[in-house]
Design a binder for this molecule. Structure first.
Ligand SMILES: *Cc1c(COP(=O)(O)O)cnc(C)c1O
Length: 491
């Protein structure tokens, strides 16, 4: 008896079914639970316990999970989770995770079925974005890493093979990158981690719709060239994190082409509008990108974590990461055959079977229903914007091009700092009440209640309830209705 397998498979089977039943109960009844609740101190303290030397029964460990972990979830599977940009998952995604663990596949490379699943998923999304079928791709933790991988390929394109052996040499080239001022923080973080430095990111001004000002982009590139710097990548965003703006990809592609710089699209959630016939024109021009980073765990509702990078030039992609090691020798037959070896396309050697949960999701729902869920969220955002606009004491702070609504509660007698504090308090109260969980952001110095809809469980009634709860939040009750700022309609 030395293996870690159960001694009694029948007992294991019974316990497994109980655990699955509990999981299904949890998901199917999630709407009846608070969206979020704080982790009690005694539970936090219990996590300080040292590593157990002796094990417990699976049943006992599961009891701990049920009482000490499961109730204190982020809340993103709840219909009234509106914070950040979180996907809401699906029950079948949960099962696919279990099946992937059953195989315990390692997708670094080698000849086995899981590799073909990942390759198929990559081809589906290459097709969706108008990339050639022979484009390369890689499933990764999320768009943060997908973007960094793309920037590494862009750097390899600019500097040639010596960047891999000799590293960065500022005497040879000082690289600069471009993205809109509304771009995600992971772009500057990637430059930081790449040794290029976050100061090498030119944050290009945005227009009134929060899209990159492409004329300003052209000017910034010209100015950098005049100073002897080397522009190497322009990042367009599909769905900025604050307001959901989508850059003009055709115009950016024209600039990138004329300037001979790499064009990458950060499409974390917004690129998925391509699944909807009706919304697809919003990302027109994305097919001209050199690379795209996007997430399955946000608007495709695949359980965390799952993102993807696509690269048009697969040879360049492989040249950025491949290395030959004798212990990873490729043969033409047996387990060492097979193509591609995904370890040649990114930093990881051992890689899990993330592709299976994506494959299950797309196979089960089909692209149309997934696109419809995206479109429904966008329609709901417009509906929420109307509800906000109809309330004199709510002020909308940004246009609603996609699925995000930013607004705040305003009181005539309060200055900006006090208004910001009031709105932060409203959001904290909402979250702590367990009724709804929006998050906050800053729009031109104004703290916004930010409602993001990447949630297939949200109903229109949830949005009505959200607005009512905001209007009745304890933080605003002390202000009389007359004190509420009277804004002109649709201000
Ligand atoms: C979420 C997001 C990212 C980061 O993606 P992760 O999957 O969280 O790593 C990057 N860009 C945008 C626009 C995002 O919304």
């Amino acid at each position: 008896m030395s293996s870690l397998d159960p001694a009694d498979w029948e007992a294991f089977r019974k316990q497994s079914h109980r655990m699955l039943d509990d999981a299904i109960d949890f998901i199917s009844r999630v709407a009846q639970r608070p969206v979020w609740q704080p982790v009690p101190d005694e539970i936090k303290n219990a996590f300080a316990a040292p590593m157990p030397q002796e094990g417990r029964t699976l049943e006992a460990v599961h009891e701990s999970f049920l009482h000490e972990i499961l109730p204190y979830a982020t809340g993103n599977i709840h219909p009234r989770f509106f914070g950040y940009v979180h996907g809401s998952g699906t029950p079948s995604g949960m099962l696919a995770e279990m099946l992937a663990a059953t195989m315990n596949a390692n997708l670094g490379g080698r000849e086995h079925g899981a590799i073909y699943v990942e390759r198929q998923v990559i081809c589906w999304f290459a097709d969706l974005f108008g990339f050639p079928r022979d484009a390369s791709g890689l499933l990764v933790t999320g768009t943060s890493l997908a973007n960094m991988i793309a920037l590494l390929v862009a750097r390899r394109a600019q500097l040639g093979p010596s960047i891999r052996t000799d590293g960065i040499d500022p005497a040879r080239a000082r690289l600069v990158a471009y993205a809109s001022a509304a771009s995600h923080g992971c772009i500057s973080k990637a430059l930081d981690m790449m040794g290029i430095g976050s100061a090498a990111l030119r944050k290009i001004a945005v227009d009134t719709e929060y899209r990159m000002n492409v004329r300003a982009l052209r000017e910034a590139i010209a100015e950098d060239r005049a100073h002897g710097l080397t522009p190497f990548v322009v990042v367009g965003t599909a769905g900025t994190v604050d307001v959901g703006a989508i850059d003009d990809f055709a115009a950016i592609a024209d600039v990138a082409e004329a300037e001979d710089v790499w064009f990458h699209v950060d499409g974390a959630f917004g690129a998925l509008v391509a699944l909807s016939e009706e919304l697809r024109p919003l990302v027109a021009g994305i097919e001209r990108a050199d690379s795209i980073g996007f997430d399955f765990h946000k608007w495709l509702h695949v359980p965390y974590d799952a993102g993807c990078v696509l690269v048009r030039d697969s040879a360049l992609h492989r040249d950025t990461f491949s290395a030959s090691e004798p212990y990873l020798a490729r043969l033409h037959r047996g387990l060492a055959g097979g193509e591609p070896w995904f370890c040649d396309y990114g930093p990881d050697l051992s890689r899990g079977f993330r592709a299976l949960k994506v494959w299950f999701t797309v196979q089960q729902y089909g692209a149309r229903a997934l696109g419809d869920a995206v479109a429904r969220n966008c329609a709901q955002a417009k509906h929420l914007a109307d509800l906000v606009d109809a309330q004199p004491s709510l002020e909308r702070l940004a246009p609603v091009p996609l699925n995000i609504v930013c607004f705040r509660y305003v009181v005539r007698s309060l200055d900006r700092a006090e208004t910001n504090a009031l709105n932060a308090q409203i959001v904290a109260e909402l979250q702590e009440s367990g009724v709804a969980a929006p998050s906050t952001t800053m729009i031109e110095g104004k703290l916004a209640i930010r409602v993001n809809l990447t949630n297939h469980r949200t109903q229109d009634t949830d949005l009505v309830l959200l607005v009512r709860e905001i209007m009745n939040a304890p933080a605003v009750r002390k202000y009389s209705q007359e004190d509420a700022l009277q804004l002109p309609p649709n201000a």
